[in-house]
Design a protein around this ligand. Structure first.
Ligand code: ADP
Ligand code: MG
Length: 701
């Protein structure tokens, strides 16, 4: 059956009228035969096993049993009538219960004759009961066509309200198989089918909807998951190839005076091996005539800033301007101060543009940008305003891209006639699994080595009841000259409550750490930016020993003398946030500590998060745990939750299949970049169909 036939609108399928078609479209996005065929079951009910009553567990799922009904009675209650039957096998008895259709059941149910029943079991008042069981006489069951694994399809309330039950969906799919004669064209090459011993397409579709056995189901699932991930990888890789060919970039072929002078005379420290490697990767991008589109991942404190600085010098050496965009004003300030200090040494001009820059100063910046006097602009979202026009922007660096939408990223692109090279820096390690599927079209550099001499941060979990001991510890650290962060959660929905927590906490700390021996800074979202900055500055300069804050300090703030991070209500933070916060300490030569404070009431997931934090400092390991706990949608945010639209594969669980798929996609494109060889025609055709009918999930613009 050819693929075009599968584009037939779903209304043409027998059993689907205009009403059902509308519901299927609205609820499940099913417009065509193809869409219905690709509606894969979420799970299967195992009808291969027959349970005994004595084997039933209190929270078992659906089960199948053989036995007889020995009596039946109606029970009247305030809430209404129900019909209750006693069901017996040779190991015990249970109840079957009906709330609806009681008359029909009463008239048709046969006593003392073996039935096969199937349904979900409840444990209630000391007996197992099964509401509304599926029932079939054992005799008929033996004769009938056996369904071993009953598929359960995705459903919604509207679907079931409008009578499109699981049974109906299953029937429609059966009808589709009848109309198409269950012949579906192959979408993978012989070579792939052979090498990976994959089930062919028709068999896979048949077995995913009507599995004959566990084993065949597993083979069908593997084949279809592989196919899905393979074509996503193909799309990402092809996009990357096209990007390299098509999107010309400024050619920075000079490694000039500024870069060399800085490298030889002004580097404040020896670069780590990882930093050197990453700079090399970036340099080779910049000199390749194609636009760079690179993601730089490096754990907090791994030293991304210096990489940014050296990359900007490359741009200036080649006669271009550069900009660096940070997610918050505090961060932009900090970047500006740090970077300006470095760049002054080589005479490069640099300005800061944020929301709080005054009109007059702003105007000067705009002018100097346009006439090229200004080499580097550092700032916040303010950089994206239309008034900001560069003479020749050659490089845009985005720090902590998680805070920026994709749209904003592309806005930078269109600032100039040619797109600038783009370097996105992030300290939130993206799990390898996700990076591969989401950013397969970006180049990725990783700084996987911390600057020398850092001592791993010691992390402990303490209950609130031990607060006095913790305070004692803080006093000791302050005596040694160290500074302390105390962070409170801030969650939008309950801002008022969070604020109260913060203020209560602040008061109790102020009591235990009285003036004049102790100076405390406080920073929270309700303060004016100027006040925030003032408090931040006092802490940065070492005038205050304790910084009480909400999560505003999460990203990027650098105070090397701060050695203790106390996180209050740590159970309320996500893993990546905890890791980010912890990264605020451990920046100096001293031993640093992270103390996770919680109450005794902890969910299982919260426990896992805390244990993970205590066990490891490795951002990638933490990111993998986070991904397992939360799933990809939550991690990447809604914008990129397209990854959830996978029809059958699971980014987390099917990691191995993903790797295999990626490997084979890379091999195929290496050997046949234009997908032109006769043996790959099948892949070419399948790919073009997927693109044409937009069946490949479309992730980043
Ligand atoms: P992040 O990757 O979190 O942005 P930074 O660039 O802020 O990290 O660097 C963290 C700290 O480490 C800074 O104080 C920086 O000066 C220092 N640093 C960076 N690279 C090195 C290095 N190779 N050797 C020693 N210190 C370094
Ligand atoms: Mg940084």
């Amino acid at each position: 059956m050819n693929a075009n036939y599968l584009q037939t609108p779903i209304t043409y399928l027998k059993g689907v009228g205009p009403n059902r078609a509308e519901t299927l479209q609205g609820e499940l996005g099913i417009h065509t035969y193809q869409d219905l065929l690709n509606l894969f079951p979420n799970r299967y009910l195992d009808k291969t096993k027959y349970y005994k009553v004595a084997e039933l567990q209190r929270n078992s799922s659906e089960v199948q049993l053989i036995g007889k009904i020995v009596n039946i009675k109606t029970i009247e209650q305030k809430k209404g009538k129900r019909l209750v039957a006693t069901f017996l096998d040779d190991t015990g008895k249970m109840e079957l219960v009906w709330f609806r259709g009681q008359k029909w059941i009463r008239e048709n149910l046969k006593l003392n004759i073996p039935y096969v029943i199937f349904g979900k079991c409840n444990w209630y008042n000391g007996v197992f009961s099964m509401p509304h069981p599926e029932m079939e006489l054992l005799e008929d069951h033996k004769k009938g066509l056996k369904v071993f694994m009953q598929p359960i399809y995705p459903s919604t309330e509207k679907l079931s309200n409008r009578g499109i039950t699981n049974r109906v969906v299953s029937k429609l799919i059966q009808q589709l198989f009848i109309e198409t004669k269950a012949e579906f064209s192959e979408t993978l090459s012989d070579a792939l089918l052979h090498e990976l011993r994959l089930m062919n397409k028709s068999d896979a579709l048949l077995n995913i909807h009507f599995p004959k056995s566990q084993e065949l189901l597993a083979k069908a699932q593997f084949r279809l998951k592989f196919e899905e991930l393979f074509y996503i990888q193909m799309q990402l890789l092809i996009k990357k190839m096209l990007h390299k060919q098509k999107i010309k970039g400024f050619n920075f072929d000079q490694v000039g005076e500024l870069f060399n002078e800085f490298y030889e005379e002004h580097l404040p420290f020896e670069l780590t091996g990882a930093q050197k490697r990453v700079i090399k990767e970036i340099r080779s991008d910049l000199g390749s005539n194609a636009q760079m589109n690179r993601l730089l991942q490096g754990d907090v404190g791994s030293g991304k800033t210096i990489v940014a600085v050296m990359t900007m010098l490359l741009a200036i050496d080649n006669g271009y301007q550069a900009c660096l965009m940070a997610p918050t004003e505090i961060l932009a300030n900090q970047h500006y101060n740090g970077i300006k200090e470095l760049l002054d040494k080589v005479g490069v001009s640099c300005a800061l543009l944020t929301g709080s820059v005054k009109k007059g100063a702003r105007k000067i910046i705009h002018e100097q940008l346009e006439n090229g006097e200004l080499h580097i602009l550092i700032g916040t979202h303010a950089l994206l305003e239309d008034k900001v026009q560069y003479k020749n922007l050659g490089l845009a660096i985005v720090d902590e891209q998680h805070r920026f939408g994709v749209a904003q990223r592309s806005k930078l692109w269109h600032k100039n006639e040619y797109p600038p090279h783009i370097l996105v820096m992030t300290a939130t390690p993206i799990p390898r699994t996700l990076a591969m599927s989401l950013y397969g079209d970006l180049d990725i550099s990783v700084i996987d080595e911390l600057p020398p001499g850092r001592k791993p941060i010691k992390t402990v979990h303490r209950f609130d009841s031990n607060r006095l001991k913790v305070f004692g510890f803080i006093k000791d650290e302050i005596k040694k000259g160290r500074q302390i962060y105390v962070v409170y959660p801030l969650i939008q929905e309950s801002e008022a409550l969070d604020y109260k927590d913060l203020m209560d906490g602040y008061e109790s700390i102020a009591r235990d750490f009285p003036l004049p021996d102790y100076q405390i800074s406080i920073v929270h979202g309700k303060m004016k930016p100027a006040d925030k900055d003032y408090e931040m500055e006092r802490f940065v300069r070492g005038e205050t020993q304790i910084m009480v804050a909400t999560t505003v300090i999460e990203v990027g703030v650098n105070v090397p003398n701060a050695s203790v991070m106390i996180i209050e209500s740590a159970e309320r933070f996500g893993l990546s946030q905890l890791h980010q916060l912890r990264g605020r300490v451990g920046r100096g030569a001293d031993q640093s500590f992270c103390i996770l404070m919680t109450s005794h009431k902890l969910s299982a997931e919260a426990k896992t998060r805390l244990e993970t934090m205590v066990r490891t400092n490795d951002g990638f390991e933490i990111a993998e745990v986070d991904l397992r706990l939360r799933g990809p949608g939550d991690i990447m945010g809604t914008q990129q939750s397209g990854v959830l639209n996978l029809k059958i594969a699971d980014i987390v669980k099917d990691n191995d299949i993903l790797k295999t798929a990626r490997y084979h996609a890379i091999q195929l494109l290496k050997q046949d970049p234009g997908i032109e060889k006769p043996e790959n025609m099948v892949v070419r055709y399948a790919y073009s169909q997927l693109v044409k009918y937009k069946n490949i999930w479309n992730y980043i613009s």
